[in-house]
Design a binder for this molecule. Structure first.
Ligand code: KG4
Ligand code: ZN
Length: 336
């Protein structure tokens, strides 16, 4: 390889964030994101509206990412983009843009798996884990424990059999009458509450997770309490939020503990949108300290969906010459 720096543009458009980022020799030079507020009024992401908003945002977001990085498009070595999993229309906007931009610059494209990129967000901060490491990836659509042996070598060793942790937060929040996305609101409310209420804990074998029973347990509990007092939720909102958060965290961390015991790997990372949860971050750090593990949590901007993690993953794939053909198609679901 020459002494010239390797500069990769990363593009993220899997859901409701349009992102672009420049990574040079493993350092993030810029990370620009346009969040789509249009979905808030519908209580969830509307796929068609997401695709349209990506179309509006993608060119200015890429321009800004290049400007902020002080990089001319001609200096780019490759364009990396999220190819799966995600909303198909949203992915098509990012991949279509990435292909045409790369073609016009005569440089290769790199198709990136969104969930692998969440894991490699842990390689962005200065303090990075050594390989192999374990990663608990918790997002709106996925909950996984991943064994990462090398940047491009990962294996899912545990995952949810129903709802994802982010969905558990968002659906529970909905039961409390909170708007979408409820995860950050539960986090905020939990700060002033106490985990007074106990919700069901699933008994799932191996390293897998389940959250649908927790949601049902919360629903039945609220229905019973509201029969006695119609204002129960209003009166107990912070304590309810703290109790929901506590249960989700204990489910997650129990399995992380088990994964460390089974694998003997004591470098443990957190990733994904739910890793922005302050209760989870604190409990994860404390568990690491108690247990003698080295823990890593990316800064908030690299936990929720972002293009820096795509650019970083693209950089590692570039080093291994994992390029894609222009005929590559994005996919809503992706095999690991
Ligand atoms: O990784 P992400 O940004 O998008 C997906 O790929 O799904 O994750 C979004 C999820 C949502 O469910 C959102 O409610 C949750 O992350 N989330 C949080 C917090 N911030 C985002 N959940 C709990 N506490 C937070 N502070
Ligand atoms: Zn994500």
């Amino acid at each position: 390889m020459s002494d010239k720096p390797i500069t990769v543009l990363g593009i993220e458009s899997s859901c409701d964030e349009t992102g672009a980022s420049v990574c040079q020799d493993g350092t993030i030079l810029s990370n620009v994101i346009a969040t789509q507020e249009v979905h808030r009024q519908y209580g969830g992401v509307v796929p068609e509206l997401a695709s349209r908003a990506h179309m509006q945002h993608i060119v200015p977001v890429v321009q800004k990412a290049l400007e902020k990085a002080g990089i001319n498009a001609r200096q780019l070595n490759a364009v990396a983009f999220t190819s799966a999993p995600g909303l198909i229309g949203a992915l098509l906007v990012g991949s279509g843009f990435a292909k045409s931009f790369a073609l016009s610059l005569n440089i290769p494209i790199i198709s990136v798996h969104h969930m692998k990129a969440h894991v490699l967000a842990n390689m962005i901060p200065e303090q990075k884990p050594d390989f192999p490491f374990l990663c608990l990836t918790v997002s709106g659509g996925h909950t996984q424990i991943v064994m990462c042996s090398a940047p491009n070598q990962m294996e899912v060793i545990g995952e949810t059999i129903d709802d994802a942790a982010g969905e558990a937060f968002d659906k529970s929040a909905k039961l409390l009458g909170l708007p979408y996305p409820g995860g950050p609101l539960i986090d905020k409310l939990a700060k002033t509450g106490k985990p007074e209420f106990i919700f069901a804990e699933p008994q799932i074998p191996n390293l897998d997770f389940s959250f649908s029973g927790v949601k049902t347990s919360i629903l039945y509990f609220l229905q019973a309490q509201e029969k006695k007092d119609a204002d129960f939720i209003k009166k107990n909102l912070p304590d309810l939020a703290a109790s929901i958060q506590e249960r989700i965290i204990t489910i997650l961390l129990k399995k992380v503990k088990k994964a460390v015991a089974q694998t003997g790997v004591k470098q443990v990372c957190l990733a994904g949108g739910v890793a922005a949860n302050s209760g989870l971050r604190n409990a994860f750090k404390s568990l690491g300290e108690e247990s003698g593990w080295k823990t890593f949590i990316p800064p908030l901007e690299y936990c929720t969906d972002n293009a820096a993690m795509i650019a970083m993953t693209g950089y590692y794939q570039y080093l291994d010459e994992q390029f894609s053909d222009l005929s590559v198609s994005p996919s809503a679901k992706a095999s690991w």
